[in-house]
Design a protein around this ligand. Structure first.
Ligand code: 6GU
Length: 214
């Protein structure tokens, strides 16, 4: 079973996502497990401070190294096979399908969701094994990135998909009925003829030509 451990100051962001049918079924089938960990649990001050002003000045607040260090230390205390600790940050390497396939073979993924204007760089340098972004744009935090990664990885876990073949379903364009759709009179959106031909070799060639590689 692949375990996802998510460290966040906004665990509520994940509640709807975790109740989503495929993800919750996969958890019931014990193919994966997903737990959120509230970062403020690892603070010791009255205000449960997880951030502070950046050294050298600048706008906004930076997430502190200590609560994140302690959270990862405690969560990874019990040894459970191959583990990677990932910091989600717009400064990281963009998540790709190759990384997703590598992660799907692990036993445990610890996801640190950065928030605010950044995370103390010592987390990237000493706490995390990898720093990953989901794309070339900026989000308010790593939570949405973590959810994208959980979906991408989980669907590669054997038994997760209804139909294992559908793992690659969006590699080529697909069509279903009707053969001709007329959004308004005089306009016709047709299904490519080759797909209606019944010529499987020809269809395979057509799909190969339009394959989107990942
Ligand atoms: Cl992982 N975090 C934030 N805050 N923004 C992002 C991102 C992550 N990936 C792309 N943009």
């Amino acid at each position: 079973m692949l375990k996802f451990e998510i460290i966040t100051i906004f665990p509520d962001i994940f509640t709807g996502f975790l109740q989503e049918s495929l993800i919750s079924k996969a958890q019931k089938k014990r193919l994966i497990s997903i737990r959120t960990h509230y970062l403020r649990k690892w603070t010791t001050d009255r205000h449960q401070t997880v951030d502070g002003k950046p050294y050298g000045g600048g706008p906004g607040l930076v997430m502190k190294v200590e609560p994140l260090y302690k959270a990862v230390r405690d969560i990874t205390k019990r040894k459970t096979g191959k583990t990677r600790v990932v910091l989600f940050s717009p400064r990281g390497k963009q998540l790709d399908q190759k990384t997703v396939r590598r992660w799907a073979k692990l036993d445990r993924l610890v996801f640190i969701c950065g928030r605010y204007e950044g995370v103390d760089e010592r987390v990237a340098d000493h706490v995390a094994d990898e720093v990953v972004s989901v794309g070339p744009y900026v989000l308010n935090g790593g939570e949405v990135a973590a959810m994208a990664a959980i979906e991408a990885v989980s669907r590669l876990v054997p038994g997760f998909m209804h139909d294992e073949d559908s793992q690659t379903k969006e590699d080529h364009p697909q069509f279903t009925k009707p053969e001709v759709f007329s959004p308004e009179s005089g306009v016709r959106w047709r299904v490519p003829k080759v797909l209606l031909s019944g010529n499987h070799a020809e269809i395979a060639r057509w799909r190969q030509k339009r394959l989107k590689k990942n």
